[in-house]
Design a protein around this ligand. Structure first.
Ligand SMILES: Cc1ncc(COP(=O)(O)O)c(C=O)c1O
Length: 349
């Protein structure tokens, strides 16, 4: 049996609920590629995973929510930033599965008007608290305390726990690389590189599958944030914990993981000029929307690498769109001020 079928069989043995529209399309970006005068760029549309405006967490949740269902949970307690795509997709997953959802949303220096993802959390019926704890170990502890309070009241709680959730979520992106491998085979192309916005489970799952499938092209994980820990080591730990869950012998060393923190700019969630250019260029050439916190920063990295002459015009590059577009609305005022005006089609009367 080949390594692809083998990996797929191992993944298929894990409990999973169906939440996402899969496989997501792999589309060519002819006008975008032409505007860069560079290689042939393709986009893997994980913004189209289908659940409440889609994104990468819908894939993650197919494995995580299977545990919630298996444990007969009547409440999921989750948390992240106030404009979290993760929390929005978790609220949607819970709605679909008939499980209540309570969110701990970290204020994190950003406004918390009811817009973007926070508006969608409301519509999806999640309850939430805005808290001061920072995303990371501080928020993790707050989530654990809140989950315990609900348990003490007799609720059956499934809650965010970094030590178990990260590896399980990663497996869904090993599955995504299987999909991509099949799609590029069908298109008869060999990519020169793959770009994605990740600093966690998503890139870890890709790294594990890359190792198992013996893929040669590099995967560039463009960071949306500088974590206070070593991201290369973290992704390697997550990938290896995922391999354990799959009962596979492969291990991914930190040096095998390509992390690029050059496009974060002033900080997480703060748009850079380069990411605004990426948002407009993709929207105006292909009608596809990126978001300023994650995917546009990754696309800014891809554009920069293309412009620096890394690739020839005949090479193929894959960009994985991980979703996040609701954040466009949360930052509307600031973003509008950074947009390049469009030309008027008619002369003034
Ligand atoms: C749109 C989007 N892209 C990428 C990521 C990064 O995912 P991961 O933390 O699994 O690397 C996130 C995480 O929230 C996200 O919302």
């Amino acid at each position: 049996m080949d390594s692809l079928t083998d990996l797929e069989l191992c993944i298929g043995r894990l409990p999973r609920v169906s939440l996402a529209h899969l496989p997501t399309p792999l589309e060519r970006l002819p006008r975008f590629s032409e505007s860069l005068g560079g290689p042939q760029i393709w986009i893997k549309r994980d913004d189209c995973t289908g659940l409440a405006m889609g994104g990468n967490k819908t894939r993650h949740n197919e494995f995580l929510m299977a545990d919630a269902v298996e444990e007969n949970a009547d409440l999921v307690v989750w948390g992240a930033g106030v404009q979290s795509n993760n929390c929005r997709q978790t609220a949607a997953s819970c709605a679909k599965l008939g499980i209540a959802c309570h969110l701990l949303l970290s204020r994190g220096g950003h406004g918390h008007e009811i817009q973007g993802n926070l508006l969608l959390d409301h519509i999806l019926g999640a309850s939430y608290e805005i808290v001061d704890e920072c995303v990371g170990p501080e928020l993790d502890q707050r989530i654990a305390r809140t989950a315990q309070l609900f348990r003490d009241q007799g609720r059956q709680v499934y809650s965010w726990d970094r030590s178990t959730v990260k590896a399980k979520a990663a497996i869904s992106y090993s599955q995504c690389l299987i999909e991509i491998t099949r799609q590029i085979e069908a298109q008869d192309i060999e990519p020169a590189a793959l770009y994605i916005c990740s600093g966690g489970s998503t890139g870890a799952g890709l790294a594990l599958a890359r190792k198992i499938l013996q893929i040669n092209y590099p995967i560039h994980n463009i960071l949306p944030i500088h974590w206070p820990w070593d991201e290369q080591q973290d992704l390697s730990d997550i990938a290896n914990a995922a391999a354990d869950l799959l009962e596979l012998p492969e291990r991914v060393a930190p040096e095998e993981i390509n992390i690029d923190g050059a496009y974060v700019g002033k900080g997480y969630g703060i748009p850079t000029e380069e990411c605004m250019e990426a948002i407009q260029l993709l929207a105006r050439t292909e009608g596809i929307l990126l978001d300023p916190s994650y995917t546009a920063k990754a696309m800014a990295g891809l554009i920069d690498h293309v412009r620096s002459g890394r690739y020839s015009t005949s090479q193929h590059i894959i960009f994985v769109h991980t979703g996040g577009t609701p954040a466009l609305f949360a930052g509307a005022g600031d973003l509008a001020a950074m947009l390049t005006p469009t030309e008027k089609p008619l002369a003034d009367h």
